[in-house]
Ligand binder design. Structure first.
Ligand code: GFB
Length: 383
């Protein structure tokens, strides 16, 4: 007997588990970058991991990486699976996740029908009567502004607009309205918040987000070659995440000029350990800015290092992998200085907490030239 076109029960190929499983997939506000998306993943992964404890048969489909705004290289052939960047086996140890291509391989019709797409939207006024409380409400006008990861064999049966605010676990209330749904999708998955931030479960999930092994080994090779370090914690280089592009253009009150950056790195090293000469810079800056930064730092005696991928490496790792290699190299440095409110920096700080660095070497930021500078929040690990 054919079941919903998924498989033929008489055929040996039929995956009986699949018949009983239900799936959630989500999409994120299109302009958001890779590292904000990593946090959105954690919210869903924790939600699904919690559900497993109640014997529920829900799985999370990892939304492929598709056409990211910050990824400019022509090497990016979308959509990309999560295994390009992460160790999916490790993700699966924490939460019941599957790659989209695993699901495709089980649908014989090659048409993937999403039963219900909930387009989440913020409330106009988050603080009704001066109070922020968890709530949701179906209705209003909305459009799905994503692209279903570029697949034209995915269709949506029904689209529902939902105003939503608060904890992600409240999504179960929405899902339970239609118990027959097998494939449920949420657009604007960044709107629901973590149920709890910084708890042991949060960190267990974060630790499971190990990178793809080839990216780790490339970063380790670099660290060994330029800093002769084979340990988790290296003591002879300082790393800086120097976020430019849109940050340099539209957040002038938070980010320094090139000269200001040089002064701050120099001061930080003088205070931390004046014997250090090696500086690793991770940046999305333009070549001209990086050349100027390198020149000014060299002029005062530092040796500046950047990871510049070969053509073959760019073809293999793509923009996303190159950025991860930058993050790994930053993570192992004796001392790290990041960019204020960049999620790229936050993910490096978390990695350093996991590696066991003293937090005084991690939660440091570049300040604007006017010196007005809020101390960054410390999100310390809970084991
Ligand atoms: C203002 C907001 O900032 C948010 O960015 P923010 O949190 O820094 O961090 P992300 O969300 O990761 O987005 C920034 C993207 O720029 C590239 N990038 C930034 N810094 C580096 C670097 O040091 N090395 C390399 N190789 N690549 C870098 C990389 O593709 C990264 O995913 C964005 O997600 C939002 O879309 C929005 O633009």
């Amino acid at each position: 007997e054919k079941q919903d076109g998924y498989c033929d029960l008489k055929e040996k190929t039929c995956d009986r588990d699949f018949l009983n499983e239900k799936f959630i997939i989500y999409d994120v506000n299109p302009p958001e970058g890779f590292n904000l998306r990593r946090d959105v993943y954690m919210r869903f992964a924790i939600m699904l991991s919690d559900a497993r404890q109640h014997n529920e048969n829900w799985k999370l489909i990892l939304p492929p990486w598709y056409s990211l705004y910050h990824w400019k290289a022509k090497q990016n052939d979308y959509p990309m699976p999560w295994s390009n960047f992460f160790d999916v086996k490790s993700l699966k140890k924490f939460a019941p996740v599957v790659e989209l291509h695993e699901v495709f391989s089980k649908i014989d019709s090659n048409i993937f029908k999403i039963d219900r797409l909930y387009v989440l939207q913020n409330y106009d006024d988050a603080f009704e009567n001066g109070e922020f409380r968890d709530k949701w409400e179906i209705g209003g006008d909305c459009d799905y502004d994503g692209s279903l990861w570029g697949y034209n064999n995915i269709t949506v049966k029904k689209t529902i607009c939902v105003k939503y605010q608060g904890r992600i676990s409240k999504l179960w209330e929405l899902i339970s309205l239609n118990p027959a749904d097998k494939f449920v999708m949420f657009a604007h998955g960044e709107i629901p918040l973590h149920d709890q931030y910084g708890t042991k479960t949060f960190w267990d999930c974060r630790k499971s987000m190990k990178f793809n092994k080839n990216l780790i080994s490339r970063a380790k090779k670099y660290i060994y070659k330029y800093f002769n370090c084979n340990n988790k914690i290296c003591n002879n280089y300082v790393s800086v995440h120097w976020r430019r592009q849109d940050f340099a253009r539209s957040r002038k009150k938070d980010v320094p000029s090139i000269g200001g950056t040089v002064k701050q790195i120099d001061n930080a090293i003088k205070n931390y350990n004046p014997h250090i000469v090696n500086i690793f810079i991770a940046s999305d800056g333009q070549n001209s800015e990086l050349i100027e930064l390198e020149k000014q730092l060299s002029d005062i005696g530092f040796k500046v290092h950047l990871y510049l991928p070969t053509q073959l490496e760019l073809d293999t790792f793509k923009d996303g992998g190159v950025a991860i290699i930058d993050q790994i190299i930053c993570s192992h440095a004796a001392y790290f200085i990041g960019t204020y409110e960049s999620t790229f920096t936050f993910r490096i700080q978390e990695e350093r907490e996991i590696l066991g660095f003293d937090s005084s070497t991690t939660f440091n930021r570049l300040c604007p030239d006017n010196g007005r500078c809020e101390v960054p929040s410390k999100w310390k690990i809970v084991n």
